[in-house]
Design a protein around this ligand. Structure first.
Ligand code: FAD
Length: 363
């Protein structure tokens, strides 16, 4: 019919070919490590998309799109659309983006952009987000820490592109163990406490709050993802693919390259060189990033009315006698299903025995 079809690489802000081209020695290949990738990525200024997209009116008969109720889902209160995504970006850049350096770590603090789903389905493009950040950076009245926030946010987009290019150039990424030293290290496929992790009932409040936020909203704060993922891989010793596939059932943002890349990073089996396993201490992390326990109280109903930051540490359990009282509807909040310090030590000993690296203190 005289129509032409064109393909453009428009999911990342900077296409894999552009960053690969920066590399002159073995040009054409992707990056396996984020730091040199970021250097190359920063040298490329993404061009606006030149292709004018016009949808031709074809007059072809088609069935109606399915309604949310057909999937047993409640209709959304707001429409998913390019306009809504653009408005969310504007609201984010007007305030929370300027505090992103701390917001990305504090689940009860300044919100992150929550644009992952829009970026994944294309209601906003990463290129647009980047252009808008750069425009914001031109404001001469920004404070140094506000600039820092915007730069950290730019880095988050670069990390997204990094994992996308990894999946583009290394096609076996989704199920492969990229670290040679981890090839023969075996994670379990199951654990007697796996269902406690899946359900958000490990007795470690930050982990459980994250899982419950995920179940309730289809999203989990990024800092909490790290802690909850580490708990699966190192406290339970369960394979990262089990965690990735479990969360894939709940996360609205459907971006397999990012899910795989981040899970591999945590498990220490991914593209980057991890000198040691990234074991996060769930109690220390909670004390550091949710010091008033407001995030934990928000998502764990059983802890909502327990005052003080004591709720963050199940071991001291000053609140245990209160929980034991028959004051709460439903089940009481569980005692820790395992002793983090003991299992983390056991994991590190096994790691040093089988992989050989020295193991520094846990995070
Ligand atoms: C164990 C684990 C699993 C994850 N699984 C997914 C997943 O399935 N899908 C997914 O899109 N992201 C995943 N992430 C990455 C990140 O946590 C989310 O992209 C982010 O939390 C989404 O929230 P936001 O849009 O508010 O992010 P913001 O903090 O506002 O960041 C802006 C955008 O930058 C990108 N970004 C931010 N952090 C990362 C990162 N670590 N890696 C890659 N891109 C990043 C995302 O596109 C995000 O929307 C995972 C992270 C971890 C640690």
């Amino acid at each position: 019919m005289g129509l032409r079809a064109g393909a453009v690489h428009d999911s990342p802000a900077v296409s894999p070919e552009e960053t690969a081209a920066v590399r002159t020695a073995d040009g054409g290949r992707g990056y396996r490590s984020f730091v040199p990738y970021l250097r190359a990525w920063s040298q490329v200024t993404p061009e606006p998309l030149r292709t004018a997209i016009r949808l031709a009116a074809t007059g072809v008969a088609s069935e109606a799109l399915p309604a949310a109720s057909e999937f047993g889902a409640a209709p959304r209160s707001s429409m998913v659309s390019a306009e809504a995504a653009g408005a969310a970006l504007t609201a984010f850049l007007d305030g929370p983006a300027l505090a992103y350096s701390t917001g990305q770590h504090t689940p009860a603090g300044s919100p992150t952009s929550q644009l992952a789903a829009d970026l994944a389905i294309g209601t906003i493009s990463a290129r647009t987000v980047l252009a808008r950040i750069n425009e914001r950076l031109r404001d001469p009245f920004l404070l140094a820490e506000e600039r820092e926030g915007l730069r950290d946010y730019t880095k988050a987009l670069a990390r997204r592109d990094f994992f996308l290019q990894l999946a583009w150039f290394f096609e076996d990424v989704p199920d492969a163990i990229l670290q040679p030293k981890m090839q023969s290290f075996r994670f379990a496929r199951s654990h007697r406490q796996l269902s406690a992790w899946r359900e958000g009932r490990t007795g470690y409040p930050l982990v459980d709050a994250g899982i419950r936020q995920l179940h309730a909203t289809g999203w989990m704060h990024p800092r909490v993802r790290l802690v909850a993922a580490s708990f699966l891989c190192f406290d339970l010793g369960v394979d990262w693919r089990v965690g990735r596939d479990e969360w894939d059932r709940y996360l609205i943002e459907d971006e397999p390259a990012l899910a795989t890349g981040n899970w591999q990073w945590i498990a220490g089996v991914g593209a980057d060189l991890a000198a040691y396993p990234r074991i996060y201490n769930p109690v220390n992390q909670a004390r550091r990033y949710d010091p008033s326990a407001s995030y934990v109280r928000r998502w764990i109903a059983e802890l909502a009315r327990i005052p003080g930051a004591d709720v963050l540490d199940p071991a001291t359990a000053a609140h245990r006698p209160q929980l034991a009282l028959d004051l709460f509807d439903g089940d009481a909040y569980p005692a820790p299903v395992l002793d983090h310090a003991a299992v983390a030590r056991a994991f590190l000993e096994r790691y040093v025995r089988e992989v050989g690296s020295a193991a520094p203190a846990t995070l």
